[in-house]
Design a protein around this ligand. Structure first.
Ligand SMILES: Nc1ncnc2c1ncn2[C@@H]1O[C@H](COP(=O)(O)OP(=O)(O)OP(=O)(O)O)[C@@H](O)[C@H]1O
Length: 248
């Protein structure tokens, strides 16, 4: 599914946060968004599935097009958020069992068939690389899992509602290197089926996982393109300074 933004602008109150964002996210591809703290990365990500509408003072102009249709014209916001799932920085375990964490969204969207629910649970835990670790304790509270396991559980919960796009906001920032590697391997595997957009502070992570990279500053896109090209031959001085560690 193709996702693109057209002249997207965002304000909180009178403060301009995103300015004239025109981006196209290639299908079944991983795009990384990087940039200095406060430049608007999270705001951009949350604008891509209408999560920001919940925040007071939020105003936008422009369009976010999913397969040719503006998601902001869709009356049912829940449908948009099902099709474009968002994973937060802090791993979230709902106060439920491991299995019910996976099935939370599926039940919300109305699936009641027991066999189908069992099938979704197993399939999504396998996709998230968690099945072997939890298959014998599905009824136990999810909060007993480690941070890395909970982050993979959050991904399983989003995958369970069959999204077309996966947005991740610094998903590894609270994880150790081995959990980070598991998430990165998982993203590589998922990129065969989904379009993935990842906000990361970790330039090495962008290099390791992203096909394309977008560099932002002060609410604007400075440069975007193939990851290797952007890191090896940045076209803009600001990009060069950022990847050389001169601006953070
Ligand atoms: N709900 C809100 N109300 C008012 N201002 C906000 C709100 N959310 C974000 N902002 C402002 O928007 C700007 C961009 O914030 P955002 O979180 O998108 O940046 P970021 O690039 O993700 O930063 P970081 O890398 O530190 O997470 C900041 O100035 C922030 O204070």
């Amino acid at each position: 599914m193709s996702l693109k933004t057209e002249n997207l602008q965002v304000w909180f109150g009178n403060q301009s946060i995103l300015n004239c964002i025109n981006l196209e996210f290639p299908n079944k591809n991983i795009s990384a968004i990087m940039g200095p703290s406060g430049c608007g990365k999270t705001t951009l990500l949350k604008t891509l599935n209408r999560t920001l509408e919940l925040e007071p003072g939020y105003r936008y102009t422009g369009r976010v097009m999913l397969s040719g249709k503006n998601i902001y014209a869709e009356k049912n916001v829940a449908t948009v958020r099902r099709r474009i799932g968002l994973i937060f920085q802090t791993p979230v375990a709902l106060p439920l069992s491991i299995k019910e964490n996976v099935l939370f969204g599926v039940r919300y969207y109305g699936e009641r068939n027991k066999a189908k629910l069992e099938e979704i649970n197993e399939q999504c835990l396998k996709q998230a690389g968690l099945w072997k670790e939890v298959k014998d304790r599905l009824a136990q509270p999810a909060r007993e899992l480690s941070g890395g396991q909970i982050q993979r559980l959050s991904i399983a919960r989003v995958l369970a509602v069959n999204p077309e796009i996966l947005l991740l906001d610094e998903p590894c920032s609270n994880l150790d290197p081995s959990s980070t590697k598991m998430i990165e391997d998982l993203l590589h595997a998922l990129a065969n089926q989904l379009t993935i957009i990842l906000v990361t502070h970790n330039l090495f992570q962008a290099k390791r996982v992203a096909h394309n990279t977008i560099f932002m500053m002060d609410g604007q896109i400075i440069e975007s393109g193939e990851t290797k090209r952007l890191f090896n031959h940045p076209e803009k001085q600001q990009t060069y300074d950022f990847i050389s560690g001169l601006t953070w």
